[in-house]
Design a protein around this ligand. Sequence first.
Ligand SMILES: [Zn+2]
Length: 453
Amino acid sequence: MPSMEFPTWMICLFLFLIGCCVGSFLNVVIWRLPLCGQKTTFRGVEGRLTLNWPPSHCPVCHAGVRWNRNIPVLSWLVLRGRCAACQTPISIRYPLVELGTGLIFAALYLAYFVAGWYGHIFHSIAYGGPTLALDMFYAAALLAAAGIDADWFEIPWLIPVLIVAAALAGVPFGRQPMLASLAPASTPGRLAAGGAAGLLVSIVLLYWRLLPQSFPPETLPAESPDMPDPPEFQPPVAFSRNWPFLLAGGIILLLTAGAWIVLSPPTASLVTLIAGIVLFLIGVLPRTIQSDDNLAEQVLDEAEAPCARREILKELLFLLPPISLALLALTIPTPLPPTPWCGRILGIIFGGLCGGGVIWLIRIGGTLLFGRVAMGMGDVHLMVAIGAVAGGLPAIVVVFLAAFLALLWAVVLKIMGRPNVLPFGPWLSIAGILILLIGQPILHWYGSLLFPR
Ligand SMILES: [Zn+2]
């Protein structure tokens, strides 16, 4: 067991508690972000739903939640998972998401500052702090995307945009350990510069309607006259029995504690990260299992749109300027200054283009091959964000890792006899968090296979 000195221990506990509070906020975001703007009535006042209106309340008796009943994890345990006023069960998702986020935050700190992942880059919080802050924000945003995609089969574009913005905001501070800074004259640097220029051209052309929009709203089956009503303002399902979840949570916490006694600090911090992710998934995924079949059917209908092949060809048109400008940039000298900040921005762009590009190619290839929409644009946006933070090659590892995790989940659903309708976003998000630690070891290992010494 590592000798955890007082300050390290304190910081770890502090970040764990911060994580629990962030998890509490994520519960609100996962439930409300897709419903923002929807009309609702609360205590006789009609208004539009936002992240903070109406205030937290019991969906049955409308009793407000007092501050001392709003403490992450503990309040749920003290109230034994029931509303204090009317005894309506409160979903165990809330404490599990809070606990999971807390563990993930603590795990990232332990991995970077105690266990020495990435060598001992981070011996002081002043040096490693910005990277830790970016990665905690990245992990929290990915958890929100995972939860929303599990519930609604969609990823609000705001989440990837915030992640990319955070990555760019981190450019002046510290060094993102995974993201190689790219020289503007290097091949990936030139591809990134040209690709970004081409992407801007495509976006402007799309805005001016000189490029056709793929799946314009009027051709979507969801817009047909017999379109189902928009989903209702419903809290996460509360289960009749909580003890299996509590038992699983307790075992996971015990195993995590045991890992710090038995295993080396790097492995133990990875175990802690995985434990946080598993707790989060236990809280979020059962909703998909129980989920209303209407939503699942609607998603299947959309995927089997008769025009899918024709529509996807329009996306190839959109990709034409970025690809051609990226290739053009290889032949002409880039006029960009060879400064560190420029190199980091190019690294972020290259990562984003790789991540988004891989999923987009799978989407286009799969749809042309099978005649049904293979992957959502939400997944493409999410992978742009993951690539921007994690880097180009790790982003490609994320896609394979996510496919493996999704396959495991498909087997679980099969065993449980549930319909095999699962969004890919949660698995991309989870793999995107895992890659923060295992990305470089995987790439080193794979590199040593390809180029043995
Ligand atoms: Zn109540």
